[in-house]
Write a protein of this length. Structure first.
Length: 64
């Protein structure tokens, strides 16, 4: 496949964190519509798994 960083390829996977994931093994990998932006870091060598959100604690209230 040859990726292009222009439309109609998914722009979110253009170096901004998400990986490029194939929608299904049966789809043509040369077609942009066969791909979608996956999780940050991707899933190299494994099937796609839904992303998990990172919990970020921004404040602790010691009075409660």
């Amino acid at each position: 496949m040859t990726y292009d960083n222009n439309t109609p390829w998914p722009s979110a996977a253009d170096g901004w964190g998400p990986s490029l994931e194939l929608r299904a093994d049966s789809l043509d990998p040369n077609l942009p519509e066969s791909w979608f932006p996956g999780c940050i870091g991707g899933s190299p060598g494994a099937a796609y798994a839904p992303c998990t959100e990172v919990i970020q604690i921004s404040e602790i209230n010691y009075a409660s």
